[in-house]
Design a protein around this ligand. Structure first.
Ligand code: ADP
Ligand code: MG
Length: 429
């Protein structure tokens, strides 16, 4: 039997020097576990399904080998981009993620001195500017499906020379919301191509789809609660008392920043108004805002200029907000996968993070489902001053007695409810 030693640095993974130099500048000292595992398979042209925790460096895991492949190929053939073709196509679910991924790729490619062209295309902004950017083709295109289809129909770009297709947030891209767009796009791609799927979650529903799509894929799943630097907590609160509790937590803990998730555009605005009445300034981020406003708000949040941001699930996937201290589920997400993605905006790149979910009676059952699907098991807690009424307490079975073990949760048992003084346990966050 031969044993292989896992390469421990970017050099031993075979990464070429222009990229190595950039990684040094970016202070990427070592590859993350998912990077170490997938880079060799991607460079070996294999199809791949890669699952790894939020914030574990999946972007560089596909971007570095993709850049390297394209650069090496271009050097060999000394060809420039031609016509309206694209070589590496990356599909993502949201506009902001398209921009973020393209920016990361441009940054990694800095020492190729302009030899690799990367373009991002997404809706909500002028298609003309994007058409101009695509003139003469591009090496790498990061796109949301809808705008990409528009650009294809106006002949701004052609997909028949794509060599590698990446689906970032792959389970989302393969979910119902994108079925039509994705199947139209897939039909336009050449038969022979490399396909790479990346996500923190691969729910059962998409697993059969992935098997149909990929050719003899390498599958690497590194999701692990142990690898997470994120603390999850859940508070029971009386119905109608969530806003007061939220305001209390924000004021008490003075987090440098907080990202709060709700389930609708209206709820974003509504909650912002209610917080404002309690003396807390908050901005909102949702799909009804114009793209200019969306970009401005997200950039300001990423730059630390906004302290409290209330968002819908358009902010749940992929966004990398440096050192975000806390994510709060004011409303629970409908899908258990989205819970993992939402909370994964905090605790990224090995930083500590905190995820709080506020649940009232109406949320109780759904939170059980979220736990079960995600194989987590959290203690129900209450905050001093916001104790659940006795009458309502009866409707919180877990608050009084241990619940049945969620699937796959090993020996862990849900502990009895505890009454916490939020000061104590949040002090460090
Ligand atoms: P994911 O897609 O897995 O959620 P990202 O690709 O957005 O995670 O990366 C999360 C953060 O980790 C980013 O800020 C990125 O710059 C940083 N990062 C990625 N790889 C490394 C590395 N090898 N060393 C240090 N930081 C890294
Ligand atoms: Mg990502």
């Amino acid at each position: 039997m031969t044993t292989t030693t896992t390469p421990t640095n970017f050099t031993s993974l075979g990464i070429i020097s222009p990229l190595l130099a950039r990684l040094t500048e970016l202070e990427y000292q070592l590859p993350t576990p998912i990077q170490a595992r997938v880079i060799p398979s991607i460079l070996a042209q294999r199809d791949l399904i890669a699952g790894a925790n939020t914030g574990s460096g999946k972007t560089a895991a596909f971007a570095l080998p993709l850049l390297q492949q394209i650069h090496t190929e271009k050097q060999l053939t000394s060809k420039n981009t031609q016509g309206n073709y694209v070589t590496g196509l990356i599909l993502v679910p949201t506009r902001e993620l398209a921009k973020q991924v393209a920016d990361s790729i441009k940054s990694y490619a800095l020492h190729f001195n302009g030899m690799i062209k990367t373009v991002a295309v997404f809706g909500g902004v002028s298609a003309n500017t994007q058409m101009q950017a695509l003139r003469g083709g591009t090496d790498i295109l990061v796109a949301t499906p809808g705008r990409l289809l528009d650009l294809i129909s106006s002949n701004a770009i052609k997909l028949d020379r794509v060599k590698t297709l990446v689906l970032d947030e792959a389970d989302r891209m393969l979910s119902l919301g994108f079925t039509d767009e994705l199947s139209t796009l897939l039909a336009l791609l050449p038969k022979k191509k490399q396909i790479l799927l990346f996500s923190a979650t691969f729910p059962e529903e998409v697993q059969t789809l992935t098997q149909e799509l990929l050719h003899n894929p390498v599958e690497i799943q590194l999701q692990s609660a142990d690898a997470s630097t994120l603390v999850q907590r859940v508070f029971t609160v009386n119905r109608g008392n969530k806003t007061a509790l939220l305001a209390h937590l924000i004021k008490q803990h003075q987090w440098r920043q907080a990202l709060i998730f709700v389930n609708s555009k209206n709820s974003c605005n509504h909650l912002a108004e209610k917080l404002s009445k309690r003396g807390i300034a908050a901005e909102v981020f949702h799909g009804d805002k114009g793209q200019a406003a969306r970009s401005r708000v997200l950039d300001a949040f990423k730059a630390g200029e906004i302290e409290v941001l209330i968002a819908t699930d358009i902010a749940a996937r992929g966004l990398d907000i440096e050192k975000l201290p806390v994510v709060i589920n004011f409303d629970l997400p409908r899908s258990p996968s989205d819970y993992m993605h939402r909370i994964g905006r905090s605790g990224r790149a090995g930083e500590v993070g905190l995820a709080l979910s506020l649940i009232d009676h109406d949320d109780f059952h759904h939170f059980n489902v979220i736990e079960k699907k995600n194989k987590i098991c959290l203690e129900r807690e209450q905050v001093v001053g916001f104790e659940v009424d006795d009458i309502i307490k009866d409707k919180f079975p877990a608050a009084d007695k241990p619940m049945a073990k969620p699937e796959g949760s090993g020996k862990k048992k849900r502990k009895n409810k505890t009454l916490v003084n939020a000061d104590i346990w949040l002090r460090n966050s």
